[in-house]
Design a protein around this ligand. Structure first.
Ligand SMILES: [Zn+2]
Length: 144
């Protein structure tokens, strides 16, 4: 099981989701893009177990391709994986907007910025702010 909030707070894994959201990738092309975008090398010991857990969750499919004598694995997001990515991006965007606009609140589900107090609802033991009751319901159904 992978939670979207867990991925949204980890920039490396979040960037992997963005890359896969833009199209299929090989493991090595993910590593190369991470190096380019984050300005540092990311260990394969982080990337491959993450890809494996995405695959276990049904969020990516992998296909082996032969290139010369080498076998390469191509990772593609499934429709569930695309929805999962969108949840991750909304979480990330709400984290970023809260940092930029500390005095405004952000809907915990869709990430839209609230000028009005919004809809407050208890989720577990936390009080969370949503733009509307529909977002609160969707958030609770989305789990975690
Ligand atoms: Zn909302």
């Amino acid at each position: 099981m992978i939670a979207d909030c867990e991925v949204a707070t980890d920039l490396v894994r979040c960037t992997v989701m963005m890359l896969l959201y833009n199209g299929p990738h090989h493991g090595y092309s993910i590593m190369a893009e991470l190096q380019k975008r984050l300005g540092r090398a990311v260990s394969p010991a982080i990337i491959y177990p993450f890809l494996a857990s995405l695959s276990d969750a049904g969020y990516v499919t992998s296909r082996q391709e032969r290139e010369g004598r080498r076998l390469k694995i191509l990772y593609t997001l499934t429709p569930e994986g695309r929805r999962f990515s969108e949840r991750v991006f909304r979480r990330l965007s709400s984290i970023v907007s809260t940092a930029i606009y500390p005095n405004s609140s952000v809907c915990a589900h869709c990430g839209c910025r609230l000028v009005e107090p919004g809809h407050v609802e208890k989720v577990g033991r936390r009080e969370m702010i949503f733009c509307c009751v529909h977002c609160a319901t969707a958030y609770k159904q989305g789990g975690q």
